[in-house]
Ligand binder design. Structure first.
Ligand code: WTA
Length: 625
């Protein structure tokens, strides 16, 4: 007997069969569930590594998210919003439609046209989703910057995208306090010459001088004709950390992305009209784009949007929200679960979670014991837990159990199978298929609709980063293995990208920030296991000659938090006499990591100077055991 199962009574074998038989034709059929102004002439144009889906077709994301629901669902809640202080709002499909139309008209009045970039720097409020949809409505390209990022991160993204308009809020609310987003935005605007207009959702007071208050935008007419956008036109840029010092602008298109998100949202969450879906991701990250802003609206679903942290004012917050709104589906991160587990079972058990019927996890590997707790304690043993693997670059889920179409045995800790129409293979260094249960590199052999168009302004880097390590295949940068049943197990990043609380942070970005400090000559950053956040950040720095400063570690931690954002603040910064390097000058991070975790330093024969390790050991003071 199988212990865990998706078992929701759905079994549509035709989906997987059709997809395996001819994936291009299969996705052609999926795209037909959406509204198109003009049909496409070519389902897939595949000029490796550039995939263009539904070529020649025109459509509009905002039309598919809103207009198509107006006749049947205009009074249906699209969003139940809850603030951290307990205040609530309900926004129906009709209200959302009118807000987006007003905003689209207003943006056009500001001169925003198809292809123009608009940066959004906002907290978790419905107006952020409305702003994304308004951009999509006129064919403008939105670039959402997570509201926890600093002014320099914001300025860099505005400048790289060349945004002409910034939409922000005066404040965000978090952990009982307010965050002065307007101040951060103002600092950024000092060095962003492209921005002609700043719109502000002024929640706490009047709009700052020279900025357009939200109420002005809402004075525009509440109907608007959605632009016919080419399927292959860009929808958004989302910056994400890579292996270089500068974040990459992942560019997503319209028709392919829309189709991918629409299909996967329905398959994974088995979405039905009465569902109340709750995803805890911030819209500033890709999960919030695909499965908060777009997926639920495309499917006409009702969702809960919560502005706040899961443990404020206490660890019962998420369970209270589920109880209050009768949530049926919860989609959250292993980090949030690990944090809540430590408060024990009594808190969730004292809430009515009986409305839940499906649970999802995203962003990092989920430990089997956390999976079981999620299944048993939160799901009461009745709800399938789906572990969804994907990336900013993939647009939507690529590995997940799909309770909406398939009945499948589940294994705690495994993402199960690739979604229909996607062929994956785990390979060794040379690109030959790895034996079952052997750790290798995850690769993808064919394009899928949600695949990014390219990196904003850098086709070559797109090619080099994702399609060169294993020629002809997409390489996501993850380790994985396949078991005897063909199930995939994700085993973490194979490159220098960290996952801290599910947030993606590149070590190169942290290092380039650290060496920008005048006292720092060299730096190396490593991820170390953290029982709650998955990974923690530890930095090693070599100070410039003659610099003696007992507080430098603390100062550098704060500098990183200030320059990139609090999510990137290192847990520790150790000044060391030198970094361990190979004879060819490569930093041996593996050694640095084991110095902190107390693991064996293993083979050190390739080191240029092995006495360096003693110096580091002394500097970090006995932590290396
Ligand atoms: C990791 C987040 C294991 C992985 C949607 C990937 C996961 C990176 C999972 C992308 C999962 C995401 N199991 N690892 N279910 N989901 N990852 O761009 O390393 O923020 O490459 O997208 O997160 O992070 P990103």
């Amino acid at each position: 007997m199988e212990a865990y199962h998706t078992n929701l009574g759905n079994h549509d074998t035709s989906v997987r069969e059709a997809a395996t038989h001819d994936y291009v034709r299969f996705w052609d059929g999926e795209a037909r569930h959406l509204h198109w102004f003009e049909p496409w002439s070519q389902t897939l144009s595949w000029n490796p590594p550039f995939a263009r889906w539904f070529v020649g077709g025109t459509t509009n994301m905002s039309y598919n998210a809103l207009d198509v629901h107006q006749e049947t669902r205009s009074d249906k809640p699209a969003i139940y919003w809850e603030g951290e202080d307990g205040s609530t709002r309900t926004i129906t499909y009709g209200e959302m439609y009118r807000m987006v139309c007003r905003l689209a008209n207003a943006l056009e009045g500001l001169g925003v046209k198809k292809g123009d970039r608009v940066t959004l720097y906002m907290p978790m409020v419905p107006e952020l989703i409305a702003s994304m949809l308004a951009c999509a409505r006129i064919g403008a390209v939105h670039t959402v910057v997570f509201s926890g990022f600093s002014s320099s991160s914001l300025a860099d993204r505005i400048n790289d995208s060349g945004s002409g308009v910034l939409i922000t809020a005066d404040v965000g609310y978090r952990r009982g306090g307010s965050i002065d987003l307007a101040r951060t935005a103002k600092e950024a605007l000092d060095r962003t010459p492209s921005v002609r207009h700043t719109v502000v959702l002024n929640r706490a007071g009047p709009a700052p001088h020279g900025w357009i208050p939200w109420s002005d935008m809402m004075e525009h007419p509440d109907s608007h004709r959605a632009a016919a956008v080419s399927s292959t036109d860009p929808l958004f840029i989302l910056y994400t950390s890579g292996t270089t010092g500068k974040p990459k602008g992942v560019l997503h298109g319209t028709g392919g992305y829309m189709t991918h998100v629409h299909s996967t949202f329905g398959w994974a969450f088995d979405i039905r009209d009465g569902d109340v879906y709750f995803c805890t991701a911030d819209v500033g990250w890709v999960t919030g784009h695909s499965y908060v802003a777009y997926g639920p609206l495309l499917c006409g679903a009702t969702q809960i949007m919560y502005e706040g942290v899961p443990d404020y004012p206490d660890a019962s917050r998420l369970w209270k929200i589920i109880e209050r709104y009768g949530a049926t589906i919860l989609y959250t991160t292993p980090t949030a679960l690990r944090m809540l587990i430590k408060y024990g079972d009594k808190i969730p058990r004292s809430h009515d979670l009986s409305t839940l019927r499906l649970l999802g996890s995203v962003g990092e590997p989920i430990n089997p014991e956390v999976w079981r707790w999620y299944h048993d304690t939160i799901g009461g043993g009745r709800c399938p837990v789906i572990d969804t693997w994907w990336q900013t670059e993939t647009g939507g889920m690529l590995i997940s159990a799909l309770p909406g179409i398939e009945s499948l045995p589940l294994k705690p800790g495994s993402g199960t199978l690739p979604i229909p129409g996607v062929q994956m293979e785990v390979v060794d260094e040379e690109g030959t298929p790895a034996a079952p249960d052997t750790k290798g590199y995850l690769t993808i052999r064919n394009p899928w609709p949600g695949v990014m168009l390219t990196l904003w302004g850098d086709d070559q880097k797109y090619r080099d980063t994702y399609w060169s390590r294993f020629p002809g295949r997409y390489y996501p940068g993850d380790y994985a293995k396949v078991d005897g049943d063909g199930y995939l197990w994700l085993l973490g990043r194979a490159d220098d990208i960290l996952k801290v609380s599910g947030h993606r942070i590149g070590t190169a970005e942290l290092e380039s920030c650290l060496v920008s400090h005048e006292a720092v000559a060299e730096s190396a950053v490593v991820g170390v296991p953290d029982s709650i956040r998955g990974e923690g950040i530890v930095a090693f720095v070599v100070l410039r000659e003659g610099i003696q400063d007992a507080n430098i570690g603390q100062a550098l931690r704060e500098m990183v938090a200030g320059q990139i954002g609090p999510v990137a603040r290192p847990d520790a910064v150790y000044p060391v006499p030198a970094l361990p390097k190979t004879r060819s000058g490569k930093i041996m991070r593996r050694l640095l990591r084991s110095m902190v975790t107390g693991g064996s330093t293993g083979d050190t024969t390739t080191m240029e100077d092995s006495s360096v390790l003693d110096g580091i050991r002394d500097s970090i003071g006995g932590r290396s055991g």
